[in-house]
Design a binder for this molecule. Structure first.
Ligand SMILES: [Zn+2]
Length: 128
């Protein structure tokens, strides 16, 4: 299906989406919303639910590796670190997750995968 404006904005802003990939018609690849490749032209994008069989007509992007779960986590960690870098007050995991557009258990699961403890990390960032 064609992207909505919200979906297109998310792609331009590298906001990972848990449910959808986008495919680029012209080059026949599909990507995560968070892919750091150059944003494709709106008219060349198709949105697919992640388990859509039509994705078989496209190749997974080599940059964001949409079928590999690790880079998505890496993106979340990047966003998390960037956010805390600019955050000078004490916040809770819930507030942080909300600001990043995740639910808190999803964020804390991803942090755990990278052995990051929210409170410790926050303390170090604020003291620096
Ligand atoms: Zn990609």
């Amino acid at each position: 299906m064609k992207p909505t404006m919200n979906q297109y904005q998310a792609i331009i802003n590298f906001q990972e989406n848990d449910d959808y990939y986008y495919a680029v018609k012209t080059i026949k690849i599909f990507c995560r919303f968070s892919c750091k490749s150059k944003a494709p032209n709106l008219n060349n994008i198709l949105i697919f639910i992640k388990n859509d069989k039509n994705l078989n007509n496209f190749r997974p992007c080599k940059r964001c590796e949409p079928l590999n779960p690790r880079p998505a986590t890496a993106n979340i960690i990047d966003k998390f670190k960037n956010y805390l870098k600019n955050c000078h007050t004490k916040i809770t995991l819930e507030q942080c997750a909300k600001a990043l557009g995740y639910n808190s258990s999803y964020l804390s699961r991803n942090l755990a995968q990278h052995r990051i403890k929210f409170n410790e990390y926050l303390k170090n960032e604020i003291n620096n």
